[in-house]
Design a protein. Structure first.
Lengths: 110, 308
């Protein structure tokens, strides 16, 4: 890979290269995304299948699919919960996940 | 890629028999894309055959089919009193893209610029003979250099020193050839798929009999076509094509993301009733039916130069 991979302090990480961050005002809400390492491994991301608001997931359920030129990667829900928001801008700008995996490239809030 | 040399007094009759392409009275240094056929008109391999002398052709084979091709060619050559020479010490380096002629001309001489597309030229590098062809599988202007393994690494290093040149892998080759509508052996071409179903009519130019000619399917029930995904997502090979009633009507033989068109494209083997361009179909993508349409096999014009 060559370059260092970035991580953010205070985020929690899973073995499948996802991150979670708790909301400041509400312990019950987390934001989920994929790590810098994951986006780099995937290559140029061209599409993301995101769930809908209101969908419920258990730990381990498939919550999203990230499509890159070379492959499709399932993202599994690291916690149980219900989707309260999805990152709509990824619909027309999937490349945000490559460019800013920890900020603008967040996937869902749950 | 595998490389062999076929030679003999009857070499052009031989090539016109084992492929559906006419090689008789072929011009010196001209290259032709064609297929080796079996007696059922299935494709054994797709190849490039280049005339390097009156009685000799340089043949490039797919690496994965090399052993099978060689056994087949050896067996068939005997019937035409032709000889097969293995060239296991040769490497093939492909350089493709708009700067390839300029860069190769700097390394090998100005004559490179004059070469028509689909032609070969014998040149030298480090006092060894090399064979340069203006060929490729990308639709770009480009070249393939056939040279001894002992000098291949040096040639690679010289090419890599140019800032315009970067190494690239088969993922890029695949998206480029898909954009061009070129078939890939093992996906669109195989021994079990009749040449008549492969949308390669243009290579059938043999005047006389050729292997498998009597089995050539002139009224195919299935055909190779282009497919473009209209809904968002990326189609992948082996995904099924369905009609509005949910019936299976075909299968994607290759598919992926097209960087040039910023959408998902592919090639499919579909039932003939659905093979017309603009026909609306569905791709079954991870259990969901996504809107797609049949298209012409090529999605973009090529940028290759004029041929002979």
């Amino acid at each position: 890979m060559g370059n260092e991979t970035k991580i953010v302090e205070n985020f929690r990480y899973t073995k499948e290269h996802e991150w979670l961050s708790r909301e400041e005002n509400n312990d019950n809400i987390v934001k989920i995304g994929i790590t810098d390492f994951a986006q780099n491994s995937l290559g140029d991301i061209v599409h993301i299948d995101l769930p809908s608001e209101g969908d419920s997931f258990d730990v381990g359920d498939e919550i999203a699919v990230v499509e890159s030129a070379k492959s499709a990667s399932e993202i599994y829900c690291p916690v149980s919960g219900t989707i309260i928001e999805v990152n709509d801008c990824l619909d027309s700008h999937p490349e945000k996940v490559n460019e800013s995996p920890y900020e603008e490239g967040w996937l869902v809030r749950l | 890629m595998g490389q062999v040399v076929l030679s003999g007094d009857n070499i052009e009759e031989f090539l016109s028999y084992i492929t559906p392409t006419n090689f008789c009275k072929n011009e010196l240094y001209k290259s032709k894309y064609t297929t080796l056929l079996n007696d059922k008109c299935g494709v054994i391999d797709d190849i490039i055959a280049s005339k390097i002398s009156a009685k000799k052709y340089h043949i490039v084979l797919n690496a994965a089919r090399k052993e099978i091709d060689i056994m087949w060619l050896d067996k068939q050559a005997k019937n035409f009193l032709c000889q097969l020479e293995l060239k296991n010490n040769l490497c093939l380096i492909a350089i493709q893209g708009k700067y390839s002629a300029k860069i190769l001309a700097e390394i090998l001489g100005n004559e490179v610029n004059e070469m028509p597309y689909m032609s070969v030229k014998e040149l030298s590098f480090k006092e060894r003979n090399i064979l340069l062809s203006r060929t490729g599988y990308t639709g770009e202007d480009g070249f393939e250099i056939s040279l001894a393994s002992e000098i291949a690494a040096d040639f690679w290093q010289i090419l890599s020193a140019y800032k315009e040149v970067k190494p690239i892998g088969l993922g890029a080759r695949d998206s480029l050839r898909l954009e061009m509508g070129y078939p890939l052996y093992g996906h669109e071409l195989s021994e079990d798929i009749n040449l008549g179903e492969s949308s390669l009519r243009w290579i059938i130019s043999s005047n006389d009999n050729f292997i498998g000619k009597s089995s050539l399917n002139m009224s195919p029930l299935k055909k190779r076509v282009g497919v473009k995904l209209l809904d968002k997502g990326v189609a992948r090979e082996k995904m099924l094509l369905k009609n509005g009633e949910g019936e299976e009507i075909g299968i994607l033989t290759s598919a992926g993301y097209s960087p040039s068109l910023d959408c998902s494209i592919g090639q499919a083997r579909v039932n003939i009733e659905y093979a017309k361009a603009e026909t609306e179909v569905f791709v079954e993508l991870r259990g969901k039916l996504k809107k797609a349409k049949i298209t012409n096999i090529a999605f973009m014009p090529n940028k290759t130069k004029k041929t002979f």
